[in-house]
Design a protein around this ligand. Structure first.
Ligand SMILES: CC(C)(COP(=O)(O)OP(=O)(O)OC[C@H]1O[C@@H](n2cnc3c(N)ncnc32)[C@H](O)[C@@H]1OP(=O)(O)O)[C@@H](O)C(=O)NCCC(=O)NCCS
Length: 188
């Protein structure tokens, strides 16, 4: 069945996102799969994810009624609603991109999480979703920011291929992990 790239418009799609997110969470996948296929680190509260999508719909890939993947749009104004992401936003406040402090610029958002369902990986769904995200939001935003664990080599590689560039690298000594903050700038 052909894939359709669109934005979230139904509560059922939010339930499907939460289910796919849970399936791919770092606590759900085995160690070998985490290395080969990657993993998600955040689990969203359903009410917060619903509010995020009502204001700025996220991008999804659909195969009929099935969810093939999602790419979450997280506007800066939701920064206080996801406790696990607050340290990331505090860090972003201290960073600059192309000579401009992120803290002074409202024209960017966080890509909150991307996931492609296992049976759809390696088929261009990742690129299709990101290109749709850019089409939908490039009039209102200059760039998107996200962070990726260096343990997730597959995700890092796919993000670089789409056009993300590394802005900052930091170590989370407590979790024994290194994270890359990456930016995809849509300006010419
Ligand atoms: C990460 C994810 C979104 C990427 O989508 P995908 O459809 O698998 O991505 P693609 O196949 O288009 O691209 C993956 C790239 O990594 C490469 N790759 C595959 N396995 C790899 C591995 N174990 N290590 C390094 N690179 C790997 C592929 O060759 C490809 O790169 P290339 O186009 O330069 O050859 C998807 O695998 C996924 O949902 N994983 C689980 C959740 C997750 O990790 N989300 C991201 C959180 S930051």
């Amino acid at each position: 069945m052909a894939l359709a790239y669109t934005t979230v418009s139904r509560d059922r799609e939010i339930e499907q996102i939460l289910a796919l997110q849970a399936l791919n969470h770092r606590h759900s996948v085995d160690a070998a799969t985490a290395i080969s296929d990657g993993f998600t680190s955040v689990r969203h509260d359903p009410a917060v994810l619903t509010a995020m999508n009502h204001e700025y719909p996220s991008v999804i890939a659909k195969s009929g009624d099935d969810l093939a993947g999602y790419c979450l749009m997280m506007a800066q104004r939701f920064r206080d609603q996801i406790p696990i992401l607050q340290p990331m936003f505090a860090m972003l406040d201290s960073l600059s991109w192309r000579g401009e402090a992120l803290a002074d610029n409202p024209r960017w958002f966080v890509m909150g999480q991307v996931c492609v369902a296992r049976e759809f990986r390696g088929q261009g769904v990742f690129d299709g979703m990101y290109h749709t995200l850019r089409d939908v939001y490039r009039d209102r935003f200059d760039f998107s920011v996200t962070e990726i664990s260096q343990r997730n080599a597959r995700s890092l590689r796919a993000h670089r291929r789409v056009g993300f560039e590394t802005l900052h690298v930091y170590e989370d000594a407590q979790a024994d992990d290194v994270w890359e903050v990456v930016v995809w700038d849509w300006r010419e």
